[in-house]
Design a protein around this ligand. Structure first.
Ligand code: KG4
Ligand code: ZN
Length: 364
């Protein structure tokens, strides 16, 4: 890989970023300073495919690919229009190359490669999970300072992992789920309760309703398990939780809305308890000075609330970074920001060709 030739001599960098790893087609254009860590968002547009995939109860890869192919040119025109810029003013093209659904990733990569070839721009591959981490640092277009070591908890539909960062872009996964991801647990529980996909926001809404109408004694009288809460490692397991919900529901004579709310509440509490306990343990073990939350599940208001209460209470010196709600789910600004921060820290590599890596991992 060669380094990006003309970037070193410039004072700022205009990045066009493309994200197609799952069911959002997204393009962002951002300008970053190479003298101080500052980024200006010029455009951040996306088309969500949630409604298209809803009937399948999950993301259908062939359909995602077709939609990405259709949406990319539309979003490119929209992003360039909003940013009031032309391709000639773009300094580099960044694209997600994994992890994700490979047919979906390839559409973004092929589109990025064609653009880069046509406009003679450097092409930069970005790890989607790195995007989820760095986007938590962005507050009102300002990039907050990350102190190391840092612990990032990445929670999405496909991932639940605790990542240790000893420095910029140095990742070590210290714990991860052994079966279902946290988002998958939300989605599967929602399906058991007869709620639509994606289940996380639905469970969250019902749980909030339960809290606001609470003081009722639990109808299910069955507190859900907190899998691996006391295991000595930093791993997670969520498939047992979903199974416990399934058995609870099977035993019920009737699944009423009241019981739905209570189970949603219990599920959210159980997932949150495990996530916060494991994160706190990792923060203590590695002496982390920053805690970062990222991924679609980080949109969950209850999880954000508990993290912002418990981390400062138990580790007063640690900084906590929670992503803005509209930037927790997949978007291309997180990809632009990751590319920008790599350029700023002189860790950016441009390539000629990119290969999609569905199972790409952070670190080694
Ligand atoms: O990061 P993301 O957009 O896509 C993946 O890379 O997986 O995450 C999607 C996941 C889904 O499982 C969805 O149910 C979950 O994030 N999610 C939530 C909330 N919003 C989205 N889970 C819990 N509470 C939410 N408010
Ligand atoms: Zn994601």
């Amino acid at each position: 890989m060669k380094s990006v030739d003309n970037v070193d001599k410039k004072k700022s960098l205009r990045i066009l970023a493309i994200e197609t790893s799952c069911d959002e087609t997204a393009i962002s254009i951002a300008g970053g300073s190479l003298e101080k860590p500052e980024i200006t968002v010029l455009a951040n547009v996306l088309i969500s495919q949630i409604e298209i995939h809803k009937p399948y109860g999950g993301v259908f890869p062939a359909l995602a690919k077709r939609e990405h192919q259709r949406n990319l040119p539309i979003l490119l025109a929209q992003a360039l229009g909003e940013a009031r810029t032309g391709m000639d003013e773009i300094d580099m093209i960044a694209v997600t190359y994994g992890p994700g659904l490979e047919p979906a990733l390839w559409t973004g990569i092929n589109f990025a490669e064609e653009l880069a070839a046509k406009w003679k721009k450097p092409l930069v591959p970005v790890n989607h999970m790195e995007g989820h981490i760095v986007i938590a640092l962005l507050k009102k277009n300002k990039i907050q300072k990350l102190d190391f070591p840092a612990i990032a908890l990445l929670i999405s539909g496909g991932h639940t992992e605790l990542v240790l960062m000893r420095d910029w872009f140095q990742y070590e996964i210290v714990g991860e789920t052994r079966d279902d991801a946290a988002g998958e647990c939300f989605d599967k529980t929602a399906r058991i309760l007869g709620l639509p996909y994606p289940g996380g926001p639905e469970i969250s809404k019902l749980a909030e309703k339960f809290r606001s109408t609470s003081n009722q004694s639990p109808v299910t009288s069955n507190q859900l398990p907190r899998p691996m809460l006391h295991s000595k490692d930093f791993d997670f397991s969520f498939s047992g939780l979903k199974t416990a919900v399934l058995y609870t529901v099977k035993k019920l004579p009737k699944l009423t809305q009241k019981i739905r709310r209570e189970i949603a509440f219990e599920t959210e509490e159980a997932i949150t308890d495990v996530l916060v306990a494991k994160t706190l343990a990792a923060v203590k073990k590695f002496g982390a000075r920053s805690v970062v939350l990222g991924g679609g599940v980080a949109a969950n208001a209850h999880i954000q609330k508990i993290f912002s209460e418990k981390i400062p209470a138990q580790i007063p010196d640690a900084k906590i970074f929670l992503p803005e709600k509209n930037l927790t789910t997949d978007n291309a600004l997180m990809i632009a920001l990751a590319a920008y921060l790599r350029a700023y820290h002189k860790k950016l590599k441009a390539v000629k060709n990119i290969t999609a890596k569905g199972n790409l991992r952070l670190g080694k």
